[in-house]
Write a protein that binds this ligand. Structure first.
Ligand code: NAD
Ligand code: ZN
Length: 373
């Protein structure tokens, strides 16, 4: 099977996203031509290192690329000042030079942290993304957003720093915990819902087979999602307009993540799944779209093993609409004090709105919570 190549058209910072199976073992062929000297540092986490680091090291060695490795503990807590400091010091201790490349081998945590470190180390180094989770392959590795978290909120300290290359090997998903795989799938569904009704139909047809491991379908879905995000990023790199549509489901989702304490009770993609269905319910309530769409979306998400309704969220019985709306008002998508929502006129026709009355949101949440009780 040949790789799929998606181009991210950003002028002199343009790069390729290569998607396919067995790519990690061939990584050296694609990495070596970018390097100024035959050396790179690979940063990964313990879970990924145990399963995939040797394959990458062998692939680099085949092209005579020497490498050093930094292996971090897994988890979101690495995206902190302390984690950032540890990584920068580790990289400097390995004597990275300004023209060297750092390779981020891991999920979105590794990608965001390594990307941010690369953006400032020696005033800016190049980096390569080898995303290993579905979320990272279809979302976080594409588009150049990098960040760590602040006590004030997630991803508040960061930079736009584009990678030089993204290698998405869909076979790496075989070792991803199934719940993480499904959570990443919610972001795949998102692309269909915001701007691509045929793709949503394709997912209704093929989603189940893709989740159980069909390599060709996975490649197709990841490449399609990356192509969508690449188009959006090329048109709106710094999220002044269209890029904001990628936040479908995220205003609700972040409120749910905050309410569940950013814990294993609700993964990010799970919050997005519930949030996307709520966004379609809100759209219907405001008269923007057909009321039959939210149930159709919920059916697809539930069939994929994702939570689709508020009632599916662990502890939903204890949530209140007031608390959830208060979380939304803390969100970084609040603009001039107004809540910003991505709503839709149909599947594939999303729009940004900042005129949704908070009372309408509270009413919808109240009704959904009553159904959960
Ligand atoms: P993650 O990096 O924590 O990975 C999830 C878990 O899966 C971890 O335990 C990890 O060790 C493990 N794992 C990853 N790949 C594996 C594999 N192939 N086999 C076995 N285990 C594997 O989380 P994530 O969901 O990949 O990413 C979430 C992060 O991404 C968040 O910090 C979020 O803020 C960020 N994010 C960034 C962007 C962006 O545009 N930069 C977009 C979306 C999300
Ligand atoms: Zn997301």
């Amino acid at each position: 099977m040949t790789d799929r190549i998606v181009k991210v058209a950003l002028g002199d910072r343009a790069y390729d996203i290569r998607v396919g199976g067995g790519l990690l073992a061939r990584a050296g062929e694609h990495v070596a031509p970018l390097l100024h000297r035959r050396f790179a540092v690979v940063v990964t986490d313990e879970n990924v290192a145990a399963r995939h680091l040797d394959t990458l090291k062998r692939a680099l060695a085949l092209q005579n690329v020497g490498c050093e490795t930094v292996i971090l503990p897994p988890g979101e807590s690495q995206k902190s000042y302390a984690g950032f400091e540890r990584l920068c010091e580790a990289l400097l201790a390995l004597k990275v030079e300004r023209r060297d490349h750092v390779i981020a081998l891991g999920g979105g945590v590794i990608g965001d942290l390594v990307g941010f470190a690369a953006s400032v180390l020696r005033r800016g180094m190049d980096f390569i993304q080898i995303p290993t989770s579905l979320l990272a392959q279809v979302d976080s590795s594409v588009g150049g957003k990098t960040a760590i978290n602040s006590r004030q909120g997630k991803n508040l300290i960061g930079a736009f720093h584009q990678p030089r290359l993204v290698l998405a090997d869909v076979d790496l998903l075989d070792t991803l915990p199934p719940r993480e795989l499904r959570a990443g799938y919610a972001e795949v569904v998102k692309y269909g819902l915001i701007g691509d009704a045929p793709f949503f139909g394709w997912l209704e047809e093929n989603g189940a087979k893709l989740l159980v491991g069909d390599r060709a379908l996975r490649t197709e879905a990841v490449a399609h999602a990356c192509a969508h995000k690449a188009r959006v990023v090329a048109a709106d790199e710094r999220e002044q307009g269209e890029r904001a549509l990628l936040n479908l489901g995220h205003t609700f989702g972040h409120a749910l993540e905050a309410e569940t304490g950013y814990s294993q009770r609700l993964l990010h993609g799970e919050g997005v799944a519930v949030g996307m269905a709520l966004a379609f319910r809100l759209s219907a309530q405001l008269g923007l779209c057909d009321a039959a769409l939210a149930p159709r979306i919920e059916r697809h998400l539930a069939a994929a093993g994702l939570p689709a309704r508020l009632a599916d969220v662990d502890g939903a019985g204890g949530f209140t609409a007031e608390h959830l709306v208060a979380h939304m008002q803390q969100d970084k998508k609040v603009r001039d004090g107004r809540l910003v929502f991505i709503l839709a006129a149909a599947i594939g026709q999303a729009m940004q709105r900042d005129d949704v009355p908070p009372a309408a949101v509270a009413a919808l949440l109240g009704e959904q919570l009553a159904a959960a009780a």
